[in-house]
Design a protein around this ligand. Sequence first.
Ligand code: SF4
Ligand code: SF4
Length: 122
Amino acid sequence: MVNNPRLDCLKCPSLCCRMAGYVAVSREDIRRLAKHLKMTVPAFEDKHILETTRKGEKRIKPGFKTCQFLTEDRLCGVYEARPNDCRGYVCWNQEDTTVYDYAAFLQVAVPQLRDREKDQKK
Ligand code: SF4
Ligand code: SF4
């Protein structure tokens, strides 16, 4: 397993939720998320399952796309109920270092990053 130095997730614009691969959800994840959002399981699946594989794996985030639950503050909008896939993920021990490389480059606090983005738009 690759073991790059750990990064500070609070200084990162949540690149894993924006760039990393798909997020699959188990039945337990779906039940927990639906309850958290005060929805029924079928309503949750209709609205939030974005991909189902041929083998029946259900995904709330397709690979390399921004997760539907990432808020404008770049926080997880369903943090307490987030899927197990998300709980276990850190970018510094992945074989593919694409996300890690960006995250390491962008280790600045989110407010500073916002200022940077504002400056770029001027
Ligand atoms: S990309 Fe890495 S540093 Fe950024 S939030 Fe995800 S795990 Fe943390
Ligand atoms: S569910 Fe939350 S932690 Fe998981 S990818 Fe989406 S925003 Fe990130």
